[in-house]
Design a protein around this ligand. Structure first.
Ligand SMILES: [Zn+2]
Length: 282
């Protein structure tokens, strides 16, 4: 099954990398998911009412820089809920990328499924998997977790502390340009310091939305939240604003959790927004 998906936006190469995937019951994700409410979305839910939730970090190549957006589940995860052991290092190799070649690791946020491969264990010690990278995170996100927040929290000892010890963190505030073509923009709600990534090059644009949404159903139902959305009111506002922008500007949209590769566009039909997945774009 495909787990590396390449596309381009102007001069920027965009690569979706599937770390692993899960198949949770739709009712565990969305309280609103009654049989009646789900009727229009049967194509997005299995016969046994399961969602397909991919864990998809993204690799971007821009202006000679290699940028990884989020690092997935990590190799220490108890595999019970995973459909396949998390495999980002292997998947990166398939994409032709050595960990040492990554210049920037940028985080949409610090939930456990976005920071897992920050480190690997060597001789019983957790060490940075990307030793030559700056690990870039919003200061508000860092402070939220430093304040002791719980709920899908990162394992601090194994995935945050070793990066601190190696002096690799870079804290940013507000909009932050990783290159002239790749800019992170605050889209809070799912977590306080959550960002999306705007890619603009050669007259083309794309938006990586991180965890502003977890299922294509939420393109049509932006009010639906998951339990892990920290501020649900703000998450709803942010989600609706992102869909409006994506539709208005005709943006290519990349997601962290939609069925792989999680790439598509937001379109409207009879006044109802929906997700239109694209397999590839030239
Ligand atoms: Zn996530």
């Amino acid at each position: 099954m495909e787990r590396v998906h390449k596309t381009s936006v102007g001069n920027v190469e965009l690569v979706a990398l599937q770390d692993t995937w899960l198949s949770p019951a739709v009712g565990d994700f969305f309280a609103e998911a009654t049989p009646e409410a789900l009727a229009p979305y049967r194509d997005l839910v299995s016969a046994t009412d399961k969602l397909t939730v991919s864990i998809t970090p993204w690799l971007l190549r821009s202006e000679g820089r290699t940028i990884l957006v989020d690092t997935g589940m990590g190799g220490r995860t108890v595999a019970a809920a995973l459909e396949r052991p998390a495999a980002l290092p292997e998947v990166l190799r398939e994409a032709g990328v050595a960990p040492e070649a990554v210049d920037i690791v940028a985080f949409t946020h610090l939930h456990g499924d976005h920071v897992g491969w920050n480190t690997v264990d060597r001789q019983g010690r957790a060490v940075p998997l990307f030793p030559n990278a700056r690990y870039v995170v919003q200061r508000a996100e860092w402070e939220y977790w430093a304040g002791g927040a719980t709920g899908s929290e990162p394992n601090r000892a194994t995935v945050l502390d070793p990066i601190t010890a190696a002096g690799l963190w870079e804290f940013v505030e507000g909009e932050s340009a990783l290159t002239a073509e790749v800019v992170t923009v605050p889209t809070p709600g799912h977590t306080p310091g959550h960002v999306s990534v705007v890619v603009s090059s050669g007259g083309e644009s794309a938006l990586l939305i991180g965890d502003a949404a977890h299922s294509p159903i939420q393109v049509s139902e932006p009010e639906w939240c998951i339990g892990a959305d920290v501020d649900k009111r703000l998450a709803r506002q942010t989600r609706a604003a992102l869909w409006a922008r994506a539709e208005r500007e005709g943006l290519l949209v990349g997601t962290n959790h939609f069925p792989f590769p999680g790439l598509g566009r937001v379109v409207s039909e009879d006044g109802v927004r929906r997700w239109e997945g694209v397999e590839s774009v030239s």
